[in-house]
Design a protein around this ligand. Sequence first.
Ligand code: PHE
Length: 378
Amino acid sequence: MMRCLIYVLAAGLLLNGCTKKNDVTSATEIRIGQFGSMTGGEATFGQSTDKGIRLAIDAKNAAGGVKGKKLVLLTQDNQGKPEEAAAVVKKLITQDGVVAILGEVASTRSLAAAPIAQQYKVPMVSPSSTNPKVTQVGDYIFRVCFIDPFQGPVMAKFASENLKLKKVAVLKDLKSDYSLGLSEFFVKKFKELGGTIVAEQTFQTGDSDFKAQLTQIRSTNPDAIFIPAYYTEVGLIARQARQLGLKAVLLGGDGWDSPKLFEIGQAAIQGAYFSNHYASESPNPATQKFITDYKAKFNETPDGLSAAGYDAAMILIDALERAPELTPKAIRDELAKTSGFDGATGKITINSERNADKDAFIVKVEGKALKFVTLLGP
Ligand code: PHE
């Protein structure tokens, strides 16, 4: 209350965020914030996630909303920048009075914004950030996906046991918490399984010339290159690797998932494998219903980001339904109780660390599609 009053005086405004925030619980609407990379080098992450979220929210509103109130989604573009992510989340909370926040995809941006959500005690649900540190920020931070200490070993096992690869080179992004974490977890497990890491090279988000690193990697003659990065850089790396005559198998993680991967990577990305949150070929009825509804609304096939965005919104809606009152605290408590929720990406149970324990789908790039290869558990 005191902070609210000081803020009013300091801002010199009567109609500021604090007043609006109080209005929300009594109003006819429930405000939900979303922050994502709607533009920039990772724009398909934000755009796909947004579509999945809107599918869930629009359907709920069409069915009468929650407790007779309409869900209002307020979306903020952070342009793929961590400092912007922190700024827009602060705005959503202090000026727009949202009761919960959906986002982000990239771990680095979730990590930039989570301390703010935690500080103001507004629950945040990340659809697809996989770095373990994200939910460790505090008890208001959740995610509906698996984490990289699981995903990395899964890919290491797949490389070693399924593909029988012995020598792997790693090319990672120094600017990305996701990339650094995932490579670390992969490397540890691959070595444990008897494999050799023949090279570890680095780059930075936004780089476009990877020939020096790839030339060094070529000299080690690897069976595969593990590239824990996002689709724009991955596509370019794949092309430059092939230009340099590298024939190694290309391996990656969920960050590859984008319709742009095929466009940027072209022939070079064909036959590559990565681990993902979802596969459109999954026979799971919840997945197939999601795909049918998504195609009807957007006239395109959803990627894994859309599926994860949809699931994040769905478990939030589920928590709103169960919450005895629509306060951030009550919503937080219900999110924590999420159990056996049938999502588009599989069954979601929020564990004591506010993560979801789920299997990983291994997919293979074939033409402009991702072919389901296998489902791997812990
Ligand atoms: N898991 C990635 C991260 O934590 C984000 C991502 C998820 C990217 C799913 C693409 C698809 O940074």
